[in-house]
Ligand binder design. Structure first.
Ligand code: THG
Length: 264
């Protein structure tokens, strides 16, 4: 499982303030901590108003790259922000994201083809997130037609099945799990990714639900996730699930983590 470190996100109060104040040390610290904890990509989401988002995202990209050598995950629906950030990246970035929403597809898909570091494809369109698997699969089929048409190989596509809160529908997590299985059966070369936090929205002890969801998604075929790599309990659950599923050969990562004192 490859981890996309989620902490540099302007929807978080402390990060938003750091972006507005151009607080280099705060962002560098968040980037370094996530890289040290094993993040394969560092997600950067300025989360600021559209007019200033390009400048803010450029600043974030530059700032993170002075602290770590990991590739970035450019998290924005705003093609102007991604266009501004692309010339600044030192390694091919993961573009987060395209979707079946017309404006997002026409705006961001050419940028993803140019960036060549992979693209996250959300299973939603202008009508929102379909509640059922069939609706999401139809959108993903269309999106993979589009990425192939743009010259992006399936190996560079990361399908995000999207998850809604189980607090509203008992089928919410199952719909995400079934979407991963259905897409994997039809497109064996694509990758998958998912955020975890929506699944537990509105419930107490959200981290517990997030951990259960991640474990189940791993079995379904999820091979990357947008999460907090500094969450010890989440990483422990992940190591245990990977060892259990035989994804962690000879349980090497699990035993190594044990010896490093990370499982206590
Ligand atoms: N899919 C894709 N991209 C995504 C998401 C997704 N990007 C944004 C989001 N979802 C994932 N990133 C975050 C970043 C931070 C937090 C949650 C998701 C977060 N949440 C705390 C909470 O929910 O309580 C806020 C507390 C805090 O301020 O720290 O931190 O699904 N492709």
């Amino acid at each position: 499982m490859k981890i996309i470190g989620e902490k540099i996100n302007g929807t978080r109060k402390t990060v938003k303030q750091a972006v507005l104040d151009r607080d280099v040390a705060f962002i560098q610290k968040l980037a370094a901590a996530q890289a040290d904890a094993g993040a394969a990509w560092i997600d950067v989401n300025a989360g600021t108003p559209t007019e200033r988002e390009p400048d803010d995202l450029v600043w974030l990209v530059q700032t993170v790259q002075t602290a770590v050598t990991k590739p970035l995950c450019l998290d924005s629906a705003n093609s102007a922000a991604i266009t501004a950030a692309l010339p600044e990246v030192k390694q091919a970035p993961l573009i987060n994201s395209i979707s079946g929403e017309r404006a997002r597809l026409t705006g961001v898909l050419p940028l993803a083809a140019q960036a060549q570091g992979g693209v996250i494809a959300l299973a939603m369109d202008d009508k929102g997130i379909p509640a059922d698997v069939e609706g999401r699969l139809t959108i993903v089929q269309r999106l993979i037609g589009e990425t192939r048409g743009a010259g992006i190989p399936d190996e560079q596509v990361y399908v995000d099945p999207l998850v809604m809160t189980i607090g509203a529908s008992g089928n919410a997590a199952r719909a995400a799990l079934a979407t991963v299985r259905a897409v994997k059966a039809e497109y064996p070369k694509v990758h998958f990714t998912s955020g975890l936090s929506n699944v537990s929205y509105g419930l107490p002890v959200r981290t517990l639900i997030n951990r259960a969801f991640l474990t189940l998604m791993l079995e379904a075929g999820l091979d990357s996730a947008i999460l907090d790599p500094l969450d010890r309990e989440l990483r422990k659950a992940l190591l245990a699930a990977e060892a259990t599923l035989g994804i962690d050969r000879h349980c090497l990562n699990y035993t190594r983590a044990y010896r490093a004192g990370l499982l206590e």
